[in-house]
Every structure is written in C-alpha cells, then in structure tokens.
Design a protein around this ligand. Structure first.
Ligand SMILES: [Zn+2]
Length: 93
C-alpha cells in the first residue's frame, strides 16, 4: 500500500477543555513496524476520555480510540489479511 499518496496533514479532534471539541490540522502519522494507518470514518468517546474532555487533552494526544475506518497505509512487517475471508472482517483496536 503506497504511503506516498497520503496527505501531509489530517484533521483531528482536539479537546480544548470545558467539553469543547475542535478540529485541528496535525501532521499525518506514518505507520511504524507492525502498525496500520486508518482513515477514520466514525468515532465515539470512551469513558476513559472523560477527564480529557473536560480538562483538555494537550497538543500531542489525539483522542478517540473507539474508531471505525479504512486502512490507508501499512507499516513494514504488517500482515495484510483478506477482509472477505471468514473470520477476518473485523479488526479490534
Ligand atoms: Zn475505550
């Protein structure tokens, strides 16, 4: 999967504090060894993020680990599976 076609930046949520979520531009990460990069299509807030939602999450953290998306890049040593094969249609994060 060619990583070179990815945009340089991405839109990402940022918890500013006080329950406010803004979309900001951040550098698009490159997947490392054994990692996948997802284009997130839907996301949910997790109870573990409640403190960040009210107090802010800082600049480095991208909230939202309850995501659904499309794999757009794979790092070295990643194993690609056929999503249509039995038992391989979902990946847990
Ligand atoms: Zn969670």
């Amino acid at each position: 999967m060619p990583n070179s076609v990815l945009p340089v930046t991405m839109r990402a949520p940022h918890f500013t504090g006080g329950g406010v979520i803004k979309l900001i531009d951040k550098p698009n990460p490159q997947p490392g060894a054994g990692q996948l990069l997802l284009q997130v299509k839907a996301n949910a807030l997790c109870g573990s993020e409640r403190g960040q939602f009210y107090n802010g999450n800082g600049a480095k953290v991208t909230p939202g680990h309850e995501a659904v998306g499309i794999v757009v890049a794979a790092g070295p040593q990643s194993v690609m599976i056929d999503p249509n094969s039995a038992g391989n249609s979902h990946v847990s994060l």
